[in-house]
Design a protein around this ligand. Structure first.
Ligand code: SAH
Length: 475
């Protein structure tokens, strides 16, 4: 393994030099036009033809509890915390927030469509928020990540910008080799996007930048095509924007003619940054996957909610005897098979018996148990079951069922690895739920470790802590 990483290291260095020295700077001029249209003004009407200058500031005063939260550095101002405001702004306007005594508190991006009415860019003393502001912020984060992922690590896919946790609320940027994926959670970024994308692509030597939307933000974008079309927007705008800014669209650089290939801890993976889940891959599970590799030697492994086989590949390289990748998605499992092919040169991967199983995990676990199939190590990494507060109870119920079902196929003395990616479920509730379910099944968990976020997914505020995972031995 060592030597293969060393070989790859050479390639990284090459790739980086090649692109930063020979790749022309990517052209994002259409983002300027989009910003102008979004702000709803023609270039002539805006001050210096600069949409940023044309964006109006919304001035807000907030109530006591919002004030307290903002003073502590909270990145969100909810609509109900607003006492009064100058006028009804548009998505992407700057919101300048004052306390009850009219002192400056914070500045952020206004979004009239979202209950998170303002996403805070800056707390404390007044400061100009302009292209240089965004460039400085992007540079700080890009440098931080460059240090974290030295070439030696065998990893060229990681989160570059982790949204509100790092002062860029509602914007996530992931890197897959020379492809950048920028994912937006609010249309409020549109007038400012080029000021983020341009420095980011320059600093990383990117070959292309892909745009992704969260579901909530897409709804806001689509609603522009319907009757609530804001008056200021020219008639032809929505259709044009819908194409230019569709989910998965290329913002700049070379068109993609297939999946993107990248390295993670010396393993070769492919992902589809335009249509894949999240931004194409679950980068946040990198460290947990490495922990599974260390546990998998000689074992029969079941990877439920396997997606494109991340945990499966690590288990195989770690010397697992067999690996089953179970997921409901056929394209994900096809990618998992290709990911095994990409790593055929690794003895563990070449030697392992790998099987994919396309099925509902709940039903399939029960069927496997009924058929008497069992495993030494089971990974359970389901999607978020609670996207709203009202779904928390049901999600805990699903975690409990999955614990019982996973234990039903786990041999005595086996390892259970169970993760939750729902920010709405606290880690205390999650771990307590799993322990209770295991006790009820007569197989109490003996914890080896509890883990959380990897270093490229730093947590900057309470709601930013979504990932928790337990590693346990089960009698
Ligand atoms: N462990 C993966 C990420 C899992 S994401 C990794 O390391 O990359 C969650 C996965 O669960 C998705 O691939 C989704 O297709 C799958 N999924 C969602 N509901 C499911 C169900 N009921 N049964 C099986 N798979 C499901």
């Amino acid at each position: 393994m060592r030597s293969s990483i060393a070989q790859r290291k050479g390639r990284f260095v090459c790739a980086r030099k090649t692109y930063s020295e020979e790749m022309p700077e990517l052209d994002f001029s259409q983002l300027g036009r989009i910003a102008e249209r979004w702000v709803g003004r023609t270039a002539e009407r805006s001050a210096a033809g600069d949409p940023l200058a044309a964006a109006q500031n919304v001035t807000l005063r907030v109530d006591r509890s919002a004030e307290r939260a903002l003073r502590k550095g909270h990145p969100w101002l909810f609509a109900q915390g607003i006492r009064d405001q100058s006028h009804d702004g548009r998505a992407g306007d700057f919101a300048v927030i004052f306390d009850r005594r009219r002192n400056f508190l914070a500045l952020g991006l206004y979004d009239p469509e979202s209950p998170i009415r303002v996403r805070i860019l800056h707390h404390g003393k007044p400061t100009p928020v302009d292209a240089a502001f965004f460039a400085r912020r992007v540079q700080g984060l890009a440098e931080l990540r460059a240090k974290l992922f030295s070439d030696d690590a065998g990893t060229n896919a990681y989160r570059l910008i982790n949204g509100e946790n790092e002062g860029m609320p509602g914007l996530v940027a992931d890197r897959y080799a020379n492809t950048l994926v920028v994912k937006l959670y609010t249309t409020a970024w549109l007038p400012h996007l080029r000021h983020v994308v341009r420095p980011l692509s320059r600093l990383t030597g990117a070959q292309r930048v892909v745009l992704r939307w969260s579901r909530g933000a897409t709804r806001a974008l689509n609603s522009l095509g319907e009757s609530e079309l804001p008056d200021e927007l020219p008639d032809e705008l929505p259709g044009e924007l819908a194409d230019e800014l569709a989910d998965g669209v290329l913002l700049g650089g070379l068109a993609l003619d297939g999946p993107v290939l990248f390295w993670e801890n010396g393993l070769r993976f492919e992902c589809d940054p335009c249509r894949g889940q999240k931004t194409g891959f679950f980068l946040d599970q990198r460290d947990n996957r490495a922990r599974v590799e260390a546990l998998a030697g000689g074992k029969d492994v079941l990877n439920t909610f396997a997606y494109t086989g991340g945990f499966s590949l690590y288990a195989a390289r770690g010397g697992a005897k067999s690996v089953v990748s179970l997921d409901a998605s056929a394209p994900a499992l096809q990618a998992a098979q290709r990911n095994f092919e990409h790593n055929r040169a690794i003895p563990g991967v070449a030697g392992v018996h790998h099987e994919t199983l396309r099925a509902d995990a709940f039903r399939s676990l029960a069927e496997l148990a009924a058929a008497g199939r069992d495993f030494d190590l089971v990974v359970v990494d389901p999607p978020s079951f609670a996207s709203r507060q009202g779904e928390v109870e049901r999600a805990l119920g699903a975690y409990a069922s999955l614990t019982r079902l996973a234990l039903g196929v786990l041999r005595p003395g086996g390892d259970l690895i169970f993760a939750s990616c729902s920010a709405r479920i606290t880690s205390d509730d999650f771990f307590a739920c799993l322990h209770a379910a295991a006790r009820r099944a007569g197989r109490p968990l003996r914890e080896i470790e509890r883990t959380a976020h990897p270093a490229d997914h730093p947590v900057g505020f309470e709601q930013g802590a979504y990932l928790k995972c337990i590693f346990a031995k089960v009698p």
